[in-house]
Design a protein around this ligand. Structure first.
Ligand code: ADP
Ligand code: MG
Length: 598
């Protein structure tokens, strides 16, 4: 089983993880960081550095330090072009190349942590990415040496991380994602265990960076020393560098203010004379951030309108993106949607976690752990002769649906008893009965009834058995609570090991039962034919048939069961009745002809 990586290729930060020993985990680089800044520095000599090291270059060599490249891949047509301070053409790379650099770096982090080569990945993209943008992301993955098993929407990934796939059907959720440079709001609906994006809105030019910039300006003003970017910083390059330094200090202070009420901001040698040291409170920051965060409100309302929903119809509002760690953001989101947002997950890791979970499901690594996601044992019904007829095999990912058509085994039968079974054994009696329903139908000849049986297992492991008499379209429904999936591990193991231990006996018993059913059917048919036209056979033929039938009966009642012997006895009887069959057909034709002549 080769591992599949889950990757959040973010505008600001990227993360990589994998399911390890059944648990989704995010992987850290050599320095212990799980967040890798999505920044790539391309030195003139061709050296490429990625992540924190590249971020440092943003101050020293801004023109060759590429950041927010996702914006170039993911431009929304309607929005103005974003002009980066670097020029990809002089660097000689495309946005896809730069994304590939980041992905290659993440692949290395994973390979170092896992001590094995990894070649497959699930990568997330914003919900609004179109086909071209998704394909570009996929191409970047391939350039980095990764087979992209799936491109997953970020809000869907977040919902997976929050465990919202375990909710009942028809749940509606809002995913509010405020990252470094972009804001996305998505409204999702889960139906049949699959998330559907009902509406998306947002602003590709709004995020934590804007807060940093506003805060940096405020710090500058506060320094009282306005021309910090004075004559010393004459070159454009140096100016960008200094402002990058300021933004960095502002960002660090901003993050601290998510948990602290007050911080001291220190910047060494901002201007040549002195260190800068300024105190800032959370209230100071919130005053600056408020108008920016308020801008998300109309997008949220817009998405709700597009999805044709009122805020009260949402079951959950979840927060994604590092900027939603700000208490102010949480307050405003609560106000917009009229409900406390769910903050049970790490907002800046949720998307990556979801990608990892999806990857784990695809690779099979999550099967045995997330019991609720697969059927631990087969589900089926008892059919003629006490055999187990599997409808949903074990290890099927839920939710799922499957069905089969059944008929009556006996003429003039008035109802069919459906016993719902769980287990791996061939005979019904060795499996566990979960419930039963009787389906009434109109009496008729054997094989005339048509009863459809459908099993549907929802995401919560609730099994619904629907039986429909197709002649009258009457439905019978049986609902079996979670027992279909929620089975004690030890019992599952015992059932499976027994099914292996008894595989040979069970199979023999199944073949025997099938042969016995066939034998009974033959004997009934022969007896019926003999009463109709036995007198037309000669003595030898009659004797032969009778002795063959007796042989079948004898083998049938003989213990221990010998399936092979019964099958050959059936065959002999079948052969011996050849002339009887011919006679029957002739007789039927004569009768028909007579009717016509009369
Ligand atoms: P993206 O999805 O754009 O890659 P992230 O989800 O990683 O972005 O969010 C990055 C943004 O989150 C940055 O602007 C960063 O400053 C901000 N951020 C991270 N942690 C905090 C925090 N504790 N408080 C406030 N903002 C934070
Ligand atoms: Mg993100």
């Amino acid at each position: 089983m080769s591992p599949i990586l889950g990757i959040d290729l973010g505008t600001t930060n990227s993360l990589v993880g994998v399911v390890d020993s059944g648990f989704p985990i995010l992987l850290a680089d050599v320095d212990g960081n799980r967040l890798t800044p999505s920044v790539v520095h391309n030195a003139v000599d061709g050296t490429v550095t990625i992540g924190v090291k590249a971020l440092r270059q943003r101050v020293l060599d801004p023109q060759r330090t590429v950041f927010s490249v996702k914006r170039l891949i993911g431009r929304r047509a309607s929005e103005g072009e974003w002009q980066p301070p670097y020029d990809l053409a002089t660097i000689g790379k495309t946005p896809v190349d730069v994304s590939a650099d980041i992905l290659r770096h993440l692949k290395c982090i994973a390979e170092r942590a896992l001590e094995t080569e990894v070649t497959r990945a699930v990568i997330t993209v914003p919900a609004y990415f179109n086909d071209a943008q998704r394909n570009a992301t996929k191409r970047a993955g391939e350039l980095a040496g990764l087979t992209v098993e799936r491109i997953l929407s970020e809000p869907t990934a977040a919902a997976l991380a929050y465990g919202l796939n375990k909710l009942e059907d028809q749940k509606k959720i809002a995913v509010y994602d405020l990252g470094g440079g972009t804001f996305d709001i998505s409204i999702l609906e889960m139906s049949d265990g699959v998330f559907q994006v009902l509406a998306t809105a947002g602003d590709t030019q709004l995020g934590g960076d804007d807060i940093d910039r506003a805060f940096a300006d405020w710090i500058l003003e506060r320094s009282g020393d306005t021309p910090v970017l004075n004559s010393n910083a004459s070159s454009a390059s140096l100016r960008t560098g200094v402002s990058a330094l300021l933004s960095e200090a502002a960002e660090t202070a901003k993050k601290k203010l998510s948990t602290l009420d007050e911080v001291t901001i220190e910047i060494p040698f901002l201007n040549s004379q002195k260190h800068l040291s300024i105190r800032a409170t959370r209230t100071d920051l919130e005053k600056l951030a408020l108008p920016l965060i308020e801008r998300t409100r109309r997008h949220c309302l817009r998405a709700l309108t597009d999805a044709n929903l009122k805020p009260t119809q949402l079951d959950e509002v979840i927060l994604v993106g590092g900027s939603t760690r700000m208490p102010l953001v949480r307050r405003i989101v609560g106000e917009i949607f009229g409900k406390e947002p769910n903050t049970s997950q790490n907002p800046d890791e949720a998307v990556a976690m979801g990608a990892v979970i999806q990857a784990g499901i695809l690779s099979g690594a999550l099967r045995n752990v997330v019991l609720l996601d697969v059927t631990p044992l087969s589900l089926g019904i008892e059919t003629f002769g006490g055999l187990m007829n599997i409808i949903i095999p074990r290890n099927t990912t839920i939710p799922c649906k499957a069905g089969e058509m059944f008929t009556n085994a006996v003429t003039n039968q008035r109802e069919m008893l459906i016993r719902v079974l769980q287990g791996e054994r061939e005979l019904a009696k060795d499996n566990w009965e979960l419930g039963r329903i009787a389906v009434p139908f109109l009496p008729g000849p054997k094989g005339s009834a048509r009863v459809g049986v459908q099993f549907s297992l929802d995401a919560n492991g609730i099994l619904q058995v629907l039986a429909r008499d197709t002649a009258t379209n009457t439905d019978m429904v049986l609902e079996i609570q979670s027992s279909a999936v929620d089975v004690d591990d030890a019992k599952v193991e015992q059932m499976i090991s027994e099914s292996v231990d008894y595989a040979f006996d069970d199979m023999n018993e199944r073949i025997w039962t099938e042969a016995r059913l066939k034998g009974e059917e033959l004997i009934n048919a022969v007896e019926e034919a003999l009463t109709q036209c036995g007198s037309l056979l000669n003595e030898d033929e009659l004797l032969k048939i009778k002795s063959c039938a007796a042989q079948v009966r004898e083998v049938m009642n003989h213990a221990p069961h010998d399936a092979r012997k019964l099958k050959s006895a059936n065959q002999s009887l079948d052969d011996a009745t050849q002339s009887l069959a011919v006679l029957l057909v002739e007789r039927a034709m004569e009768a028909a002809l007579e009717r016509k002549l009369n």
